[in-house]
Write a new protein. Structure first.
Length: 148
């Protein structure tokens, strides 16, 4: 019996695509939360966008879970910032853009938390793709960093 090697590859590819979080998949998982949004907010969330005045649940529907959260405290109170991080890799010839990788890749520590530099791996620079500032659970500011 001959086994086609493409079947496992197609299965793995389908599994990877199914595990990607998109606004559509997050909306499907949280229809009640989505239904509570205004029609304008629903349109933005479907497009993976947010606006000033959104609460944290609406932002999570549109953008997913943040990669990092920080708190800034000053005389006006606390500002909670959600960071959505992206990485760019330079291997001497090309710049590759992709999601933030935690932990291991190809069996070696890889990412900003790996704490190593190996000249055999591409140089990685991370940046905040988006920063979303919340005061009292409402978006008060949105920052988008342009490509480095």
């Amino acid at each position: 019996m001959k086994i086609n090697f493409l079947y496992p590859l197609v299965f793995i590819g389908a599994l990877l695509l199914a595990s990607c979080s998109t606004p559509e998949s997050r909306i499907a998982s949280n229809p009640a939360t989505f239904a509570q949004l205004t029609p304008e907010q629903q349109t933005l969330v479907k497009a993976g966008r947010i606006g000033v005045g959104f609460d944290s649940t609406a932002v999570e529907l549109a953008l997913g879970e943040p990669d990092r959260i920080t708190v800034h405290t000053d005389s006006h109170g606390e500002t909670l910032t959600w960071h959505y991080i992206e990485a760019a890799y330079y291997d001497g010839r090309f710049i590759y853009s992709g999601g933030y990788f935690r932990g291991y890749r190809h069996g070696y520590p890889y990412g900003i938390d790996a704490g190593i530099f190996d000249s055999n791996f591409p140089v990685m620079q991370t940046f905040d793709r988006f920063r979303v500032d919340f005061v009292k659970n409402k978006v008060v500011g949105i920052s988008e960093e342009l490509r480095p």
